[in-house]
Design a binder for this molecule. Structure first.
Ligand code: PLP
Length: 273
């Protein structure tokens, strides 16, 4: 397997990143996961825009997007696979231990892993921890994912594939690696960015393509919504058939099924929408 590091392709087994890299020691880094279909990245421009926004939010220098594009192309050519995910990681580089800025240079790693098409529906749980809708990192796709790792472990213990967070004022926010949508009286709703959720790229496309509304939703909407679905780069649009102890028989329901079809058709027609 070949990855991109230090300006060129390297073997995964021998590639080296400093043990003092701030991405490793303090989570001072950002990332993107990009779907790649038959060697071509999906929605890469949107991912690169978000990468730059996340870098600016953290105070990192803007990533060299020409290099990132070249890296993606090179990694995809070196590792042919029908359905893969490119992982772009960009950190503050190596520097002294501690939380001060002062990393030297930056580190860019682009790797590719094989993935598989998601099942049509899945189970989710809610977790008691909250997303902070007003934190310094809110809305940034940073490598500080330990909270998501803990929440996802809780979901797995309960036979679910995703954990959903509310925010500090009791509104529905997002999953550990996905955005959430609910169907109420035939209309599709998703929490606004002010809820603290990530500006998911799949969320933006689904909202645009289905006319979903951004609505403040109390967490308990999950107990009464007619349908619930998740969106993410790796799930695309995925129906929810169980949330905590509530079953949603027949998922995907009709509105979700239509959103799934719309997403599959439109994304196949335009690889960089
Ligand atoms: N929310 C979080 C916390 C995520 O990590 C992700 C994706 O990794 C998403 C939402 C979905 O975003 P996207 O559709 O861009 O993959």
């Amino acid at each position: 397997m070949k990855i991109w590091l230090d300006g060129g392709l390297q073997d995964t087994e021998s590639a080296r990143v400093s043990v003092f890299d701030h991405g490793l020691t303090v989570g001072d880094g950002i990332f993107e996961t990009v779907k790649a279909v038959d060697g071509r990245p999906f929605a890469l421009t949107r991912h690169l825009d978000r990468l730059t926004r996340s870098a600016r939010g953290l105070g990192l220098p803007d990533p060299d997007l020409d290099e990132v594009r070249r890296a993606c192309t090179a990694v995809l050519e070196a590792n042919p696979m029908p359905l893969g995910r490119l992982r772009i990681t960009y950190t503050g580089g190596h520097g002294p231990l501690g939380s001060d800025r002062g990393g030297h240079g930056t580190t860019l790693v682009v790797a590719l892993g094989e993935t598989s098409r998601r099942p049509d529906s899945t189970a989710v749980v809610t977790v008691p921890w909250t997303r902070n809708e007003r934190g310094a990192l809110t809305g940034l796709k940073t490598t500080s994912y330990a909270e998501n790792v803990v929440a996802l472990a809780r979901a797995r213990e309960r036979g679910a594939s995703e954990a959903l967070f509310g925010n500090t004022v009791g509104q529905l926010c997002e999953g550990t690696g996905s955005n959430v949508f609910v169907v109420l009286d035939g209309e599709i709703h998703t929490p606004p960015l002010a809820s603290g959720c990530l500006a998911g790229i799949t969320r933006a496309l689904v909202t645009e393509w289905t006319g979903a509304k951004e609505t403040d939703l109390p967490l308990d909407v999950l107990q009464r919504a007619d349908e619930i679905f998740l969106t993410s780069t790796l799930r695309d649009v995925q129906a929810v058939h169980r949330v905590d102890d509530r079953e949603l028989p027949g998922a995907p329901g009709p509105v979700t099924a239509k959103a799934m079809r719309t997403f599959d058709e439109r994304s196949a027609a335009d690889l960089d929408p």
